[in-house]
Design a protein around this ligand. Structure first.
Ligand code: ATP
Length: 152
């Protein structure tokens, strides 16, 4: 049985639909949610949201926010989030290089957490964008390689 999912950012409704399962990065660890889950509220880390659907998985990048779980519905209020198809890979790569460069320059300790967060966001965006590219490349071919294979 499916569970309803709404994913909202300050800018727009990013996703609204039904899925078989959703996995998301809670700040206390990765969570997998099926219909009938006990109600809960959690904050979100930087990580991947996977929408498990009958026809295949969809992937999104999320950076912070909150999730409300009810037995029939998951509502995500994301601070920042992108669907796999809207990630600008070039921009993410530039952000990653910038973060790596800043870290290599021995930044003041108080700047390190923000640089590390930028590094994690850009690494995540590249991972999600590559899943998208992999799926497009395999569309119309066999199932081989579709979805990227990783399950975390
Ligand atoms: P950058 O250093 O590339 O600007 P950032 O990590 O500083 O990235 P955020 O503060 O996380 O950017 O996000 C600001 C806005 O830009 C958000 O709306 C986010 O969805 C969008 N965004 C950031 N990076 C990308 C990207 N690579 N592709 C698409 N949208 C992005």
């Amino acid at each position: 049985m499916a569970i309803k999912v709404d994913i909202v950012t300050p800018e727009k409704m990013l996703y609204s639909g039904e899925v078989e399962m959703i996995t998301l990065p809670g700040t206390n660890g990765q969570m997998g949610i099926l219909r009938g889950h006990a109600p809960l509220l959690s904050t979100l880390d930087i990580g991947e949201i996977v929408l498990h659907k009958r026809e295949g998985n969809d992937y999104l990048a999320v950076s912070g926010g909150v999730v409300e779980v009810r037995p029939d519905k998951v509502t995500i209020l994301a601070d920042v989030a992108e669907a796999e198809g809207e990630i600008d890979e070039e921009r993410a790569r530039a952000a990653l290089e910038r973060a790596e460069r800043l870290l290599a320059e021995n930044p003041p300790p108080q700047q390190v957490p923000e640089i590390m967060a930028s590094l994690r966001r850009s690494t995540l965006r590249l991972k999600v964008a590559r899943r998208h590219a992999g799926r497009r490349a395999s569309a119309g071919l066999s199932y081989e390689g579709g979805g990227g294979g990783e399950s975390n």
